[in-house]
Design a protein around this ligand. Structure first.
Ligand SMILES: *Cc1c(COP(=O)(O)O)cnc(C)c1O
Length: 364
């Protein structure tokens, strides 16, 4: 079976995790947590980085740090992993769904302003499948209406715009280190930000809102959203390897591109000029007479021992977020799928995947 994703674990990861476990620092105190935060902040070009238990609680923590809650509205793209909208719901606020651009699969910046009301507090762009959202336009709108930007950069570590890392454009950027993400800590996540007060507030809420000067004194309800030192050890090892990991993902895209890009019935990830895609997942969309056979292709690949997955369903189609449908996300979501994209995949394996797809298209 060729899986859709698989973490790359080398001797370095094993050694660091062994160090963490044998040191006795197994919970959220310990040197790897601090090292991971310092390295990560530096990598993203932000003043602060805060480790968290996973990306979802990271988004929740970011929203709570801005006191977003009941009665507030937060703008979210219609096509994303469900966690983006769920985090808004956890606070009591309402996610307002905005359609996406077909080229980048990110929020359509021309449709944001008409979704803004007096209750809007924040915009949460998502860098979907590794393509950066249009942060320049989003910053312009946010400033015009006095809104906060919380970037869901869960899928986009290493993606850049004009040489600047995603996650560092918004007021807070949130990353995920789930096992299938660009780098992994098993479960885990990170907030990046520049504001000192916000950093203090997020750290407080992450740790049960316990007073820094008076132990076991709590001024408000807090959370345990901490990452362990064992997870951080894995994270440090992975982040030390980030350049080779990103380079390999570009290579994988080129391998697929060489074999599939010329086919008029397929599009591959399209990256806008000035943007660097980190290719979290290779995306293909079936066009023309093939736009309705996506699920059959997934089945066909499965029979050939190749794992793939459909694009996310639009949030507006899910029972708990049911609303007016967004035409672009509806269209794109039903014709798109993701192909195997992971560090250890070989050119021969990409060849097998591409040939299987081309055979399917020539037969149907
Ligand atoms: C993975 C992901 C998350 C959630 O991260 P977890 O670490 O799995 O909680 C949030 N948003 C997007 C877009 C993601 O892909």
């Amino acid at each position: 079976m060729i899986p859709i994703s698989k973490p790359s674990i080398t001797e370095k990861e094993i050694n660091y995790v062994e160090d963490a476990v044998t040191s006795g620092w197994v919970s959220s105190l310990g040197p790897f947590v601090e090292e991971f935060e310092t390295m990560f902040a530096q990598y993203c070009g932000c003043k602060h980085a805060i480790t968290v238990a996973n990306g979802t609680v990271g988004l929740h923590l970011a929203l709570m740090s801005y006191d977003i809650g009941a009665g507030d509205e937060v703008i979210v793209p219609d096509l994303t992993f469900v966690a983006t909208a769920n985090a808004v719901r956890y606070t009591g606020a309402t996610p307002i769904l905005v359609d996406i651009e077909s080229e980048t699969l990110c929020i359509d910046v021309n449709k944001i302003e008409s979704a803004i009301t007096k209750d809007t507090k924040a915009i949460m762009p998502v860098h979907l499948y590794g393509h950066p959202a249009n942060m320049e336009a989003i910053r312009f709108i946010a400033d015009k209406y006095g809104l906060v930007i919380i970037e869901d950069a869960a899928e986009a570590l290493g993606a850049t715009i004009g040489g600047k890392n995603v996650g560092s454009f918004g007021n807070i950027g949130v990353f995920s280190f789930y096992g299938n993400k660009i780098i992994t800590t098993g479960e885990g996540g990170m907030l990046v930000l520049n504001d000192d007060l916000l950093n203090d507030r997020a750290r407080l809420l992450r740790d049960h809102a316990m007073s820094k000067t008076k132990r076991y004194w709590h001024e408000s309800v807090g959370y345990n959203y901490r990452m362990t030192n064992i997870q951080a050890a894995l994270g440090v090892a992975q982040l030390e390897r980030i350049e080779e990991i990103l380079l390999k993902r570009r290579q994988i895209f080129e391998w697929y591109s060489l074999r599939l890009a010329k086919n008029p019935n397929i599009t591959l990830n399209r990256t806008k000029k000035g943007y660097i895609n980190c290719y979290w997942l290779i995306c293909i969309e079936l066009l023309n007479e093939f736009s309705g056979v996506r699920d059959e292709l997934i089945e066909y690949l499965k029979k050939a021992d190749i794992d793939s997955r459909p694009y996310f369903y639009p949030l507006s189609s899910l029972p708990m977020y049911k609303s007016h449908n967004c035409s672009v996300s509806d269209q794109v979501s039903s014709r798109g799928l993701n192909l195997p994209t992971f560090f250890d995949i070989t050119e021969e394996e990409v060849d097998i995947v591409a040939n299987t797809i081309l055979t399917f298209l020539s037969k149907s």
